[in-house]
Structure formats: C-alpha cells, structure tokens
Design a protein. Structure first.
Length: 248
C-alpha cells in the first residue's frame, strides 16, 4: 500500500465537502452501461481506495476478483441471473469476504507494521489476543467456551460478545468487506465511472467460475462502467430520516 493514506487531516476543506457530496449524491445503481472501457489505472486506483476502508482490527478480511475478459465476463453475467447491469458492464468485480484469513493476516500485520518500532500493545494484539479472539476452535468448541465465559464475566463488567462462532466470523468479515465495496463504488464515481452492487447471483456458479477459496463469501459483485443514457431506472429516494435516525 502507498502513502496516499498519509494525507494530512487538515487538507480536508469545505471545498472537499462539496466534492464529496457530489460524489455521494451522483452515485446511483446503474443497470445499463456503455461499451466504454474502464482504464486499468482507474480500476487499480479505485481498488487501492477500496482497500483503505476501515476494517476490523485492520485484518483486511477481503479479496477482489476482477473480471474483464469477455468470455469469463459473459459467463459471470449469466451467473448474475443475466441482469442487465452484469451483461452490459465492461468490468465485474466480485468482492469476497474472507472469515478465514485472520491468522495469516495477523502474521502479516506483525511483519508489515509501517513504522520502525512496533508498539508493545500492537505486538501483543496480533500475536496473543487476535489468535484467541478470532479462533473458534475445532467444530466451534472454543467459540462456545468463550461465549459461556463471556456470559459469566459479562454479568459484572462489559465484555466482547463475539465473534463466537463460524457464522459470526462470516458476519465479522462481511461487515468490513461491505465497507470496502462502498469505498470502491464511491472511488469509481469520483473518477467519473459508475457501478451497480449485486447480490442477485448464483453463488455456486460464481464460486466455480472464479475459483473462490472454499471459505470465501461472495459478498457482492460490482458491475462497473460508464452509465448509459437509460442506465438509471428511477429517481433516487430514501425513507424519512425521522423514522430511521435516533438522536438519544
Ligand atoms: C447488498 C446489495 C445488493 C444489491 N443487489 C442488487 C442486484 O442484485 N441487482 C440490482 O439491480 N441492484 C442491486 N442492488 C442495488 C440496490 O437495488 C440499490 O442500491 C437501491 O435500490 C438504491 O438505489 P441507489 O443505489 O441508486 O441509490 C444491491 C445493493 C446492495 C447494497
């Protein structure tokens, strides 16, 4: 990863806010794309920005499968139930959550710490705490034991309430991966490109086509390209925030 994440917080100004607003407000789920290709540099920049998404323990439990070759793309579009977004997009990216890479990524975090001195707390976290926190043990027995211990200790003080099972690890990885998918889509918009996140696909076929690792979860397939004239099907709307936002 490069130094782009080292941008000073002070460099964010009110102009940036207006630009950000434009990016967010002009992002739409686009269902029909033009034939215009997406330059490699745009795609790789957007993927770098996607990977700057906040993520649990910085364990980066995601992978991106970029599909551009016409033959594979056509097969993948078919597996996306023949949706127009998938059929017309010049690029499809499968955004895959990896609930199973935490051990390897803990090691990588220890090896790739970006400063000369690794704080003791960081070293302890990745070498001692993470291997207990994320490990559910054979058949999930460690997870069950941790949950039971948490229930007892939790009576007298706040304790983490998970992840305590293989399924909770799936949720754990999917949360961070979905944030990366959103970063990807906003980055594309900032570059003047469009996207459509899709969960409407045949996961078995997608996994086979892309050789997704056994424990990987295809969180979304993002169709990418330039919106065509009739690419947005309806006006954007959201429910009244008074129903959904609670100021306590
Ligand atoms: C997880 C997820 C899955 C989605 N799956 C599909 C899909 O399979 N096909 C599709 O056309 N749109 C899909 N969408 C797009 C939504 O329909 C769209 O975001 C929503 O209608 C709001 O419209 P907007 O994105 O233009 O604001 C999906 C969005 C998300 C976040």
């Amino acid at each position: 990863m490069n130094a782009k994440s080292d941008i000073s917080p002070d460099s964010v100004s009110s102009t940036t806010l207006e630009e950000f607003r434009k990016v967010v407000r002009s992002r739409r789920s686009v269902r029909r794309f033009t034939d215009e290709p997406v330059p490699d540099e745009v795609l790789s920049d957007c993927l770098e920005l996607a990977m700057l998404a906040p993520n649990s323990s910085n364990l980066q439990p995601w992978e991106f499968f970029v599909v551009r070759t016409p033959d594979l793309k056509a097969k993948l579009a078919e597996a996306c139930l023949g949706q127009n977004a998938a059929k017309t997009a010049p690029v499809l990216v499968a955004v895959v959550a990896r609930p199973d890479t935490w051990r390897q990524h803990s090691r990588m975090a220890l090896e790739q710490w970006p400063e000369e001195q690794m704080p003791g707390i960081v070293k302890k976290y990745y070498s001692k705490i993470a291997p207990i926190h994320y490990n559910q043990g054979p058949f999930g027995v460690l997870g069950v034991a941790k949950k039971a211990a948490g229930l007892v200790v939790g009576l007298s003080r706040p304790v983490p309430r998970g992840p305590y099972s293989v399924n909770e690890m799936k949720v754990w990885a999917t949360k961070s991966t979905a944030l990366a998918a959103e970063n990807l889509m906003l980055a594309l918009r900032a570059h003047g490109y469009d996207s459509c996140p899709m969960e409407g696909f045949d996961e078995c076929r997608v996994r086979r086509l892309l050789s997704v690792p056994r424990k990987g979860l295809v969180t979304m397939i993002v169709a990418i390209g330039k919106r065509s004239e009739k690419g947005v099907y309806n006006r954007q709307y959201r429910f009244d925030s008074r129903e959904l936002v609670h100021y306590l």
